[in-house]
Design a protein around this ligand. Structure first.
Ligand code: 5GP
Ligand code: ZN
Length: 137
């Protein structure tokens, strides 16, 4: 897509430090990292979010997250790794080209991927579970 920064980076039109590249994806370091080593997996074809992404690319991104994520943990000697992905502004998405975050985690690193525990409405959730089961079929 013409005006998409991640399309340009994925295509190599804008230079970036590349950790991994193949025919389908490029993995680069995030420009504003949450932690040391924070990287993003960029498919080379444009899709705004997970719902627009072809299944094969989604599968590929998951495999790359596992393979490159493991190498990152080793290279940065991190204690853990968050693999996460935002869809929609309300979910924190700011660049509307599908990408997967690989965020190395270190004990007491202060990275704020957390939430306050709420309470569940059992009856509502049962209704929604039935609806979702019908929608997914
Ligand atoms: P989102 O909030 O959409 O899930 O994540 C977008 C991420 O892309 C952010 O972590 C942001 O720092 C990163 N980012 C935005 N523009 C650029 C860029 O030009 N280069 C790189 N390497 N990362 C970028
Ligand atoms: Zn794009």
């Amino acid at each position: 897509m013409a005006d998409c920064i991640f399309c340009k980076i994925a295509a190599g039109e804008i230079p970036s430090t590349t950790l991994y590249e193949d025919a389908d994806v490029r993995v680069i370091f995030d420009i504003a990292p949450a932690s040391l080593g924070h990287a993003v997996i960029l498919p080379k074809t444009h899709a705004a979010n997970v719902f627009e992404l072809p299944d094969e690319t989604l599968q590929k991104a998951a495999l790359v997250a596992k393979k490159v994520g493991a190498a990152m943990v080793e290279a940065f000697h991190s204690d853990g790794l968050n693999v996460l992905q935002n869809n929609g502004e309300a979910a924190g998405q700011t660049v509307f080209h599908y990408h997967v975050h690989l965020i190395p985690r270190y004990h007491d690193d202060g990275v704020g991927i957390t939430w306050k525990q709420g309470s569940a409405d059992g009856a509502l959730l049962k209704e929604k579970a039935d609806l979702i089961a019908r929608l997914v079929k």
